[in-house]
Design a protein around this ligand. Structure first.
Ligand SMILES: CC(=O)N[C@H](C=O)[C@@H](O)[C@H](O)[C@H](O)COP(=O)(O)O
Length: 239
């Protein structure tokens, strides 16, 4: 196994500790899904205090990396016919993200039918000189990947496999269990409010990634619209 690039790992651990990473992934094929909008969201997030950026797609990573020195968690999402794995499924994705300027590369860390083994992706990330993050859904797999040298373990996929329906809130329990093992946990997935993000840090998370609540205009708008509609409905019912 290629050893992790210790110098880069230490730099990233120092710069991302207890910080906010903003995921700039607009709704697929929506009006905001353009390189220039993603770049603008990323730079605005940095102005707002983000210390890291999670960016999907090689073109987008390339544009953001040229415009800022902030650490980029790069991913490629693919919809495969014969596998449910979406996040960075292939070695070539790792190579392309590294060339585009990602400093951290995240890959799907779930035990599902997949085109490339998780440990092969981890090896490819380390041999590209980047730092690895596994987007996990369960405790055991996260622990195993951390023990194999994966620097960051994210709760990203919790609630998004077929194990159970997606809950409303984040998976604090998973974060807590990994923290108890000394893992660098990136809390991610449904951190839709500052209070939720703060709670993850209180529980010992290394950093928190927020996406939808900052960069998906359609989702945020729907939350407000639904909330207003509920009040209107309950008033109608009570009349
Ligand atoms: C499950 C999956 O594919 N998650 C993706 C991973 O990159 C993104 O769609 C999420 O927006 C991201 O994880 C941040 O989460 P939230 O948008 O809940 O703040």
């Amino acid at each position: 196994m290629t050893p992790v690039n210790k110098e880069k790992e230490e730099q990233l651990l120092a710069s991302l500790k207890h910080s906010l990473i903003v995921s700039c992934q607009p709704v697929d094929h929506g009006p905001m899904d353009k390189v220039e909008h993603i770049l603008a969201m990323a730079l605005a997030a940095v102005d707002g205090g983000a210390k890291g950026l999670r960016i999907e797609g090689v073109k987008n990573v390339n544009a953001v990396a040229k415009a800022t020195n902030m650490p980029i968690v790069g991913i490629v999402k693919r919809d495969l016919i014969d596998s449910p794995i979406r996040i960075t499924p292939f070695i070539d994705d790792v190579i392309d993200l590294a060339k585009a300027g990602a400093s951290i590369i995240a890959f799907d860390g779930t035990q599902r039918k997949r085109p490339v083994a998780m440990l092969a992706l981890l090896e490819a990330i380390h041999s590209s000189g980047c730092i690895a993050m596994a987007d996990c859904a369960d405790y055991e797999t996260g622990l195993m990947l951390a023990q194999h040298g994966c620097t960051f373990i994210g709760s990203t996929m919790s609630g998004y496999t077929d194990m159970y329906p997606t809950p409303d809130g984040p998976d604090y329990d998973l974060v807590t269990r990994w923290v108890s093992q000394g893992i660098h946990v990136i809390a991610e997935g449904r951190y839709h409010s500052p209070e939720r993000a703060a709670k993850a840090i209180e529980l010992g998370a290394f950093s928190v990634t927020v996406g939808s609540a900052i960069t998906r205009v359609e989702h945020i708008t729907q939350w407000f619209a639904a909330s207003i509609a509920n009040v209107v409905l309950s008033k109608e019912v009570s009349i």
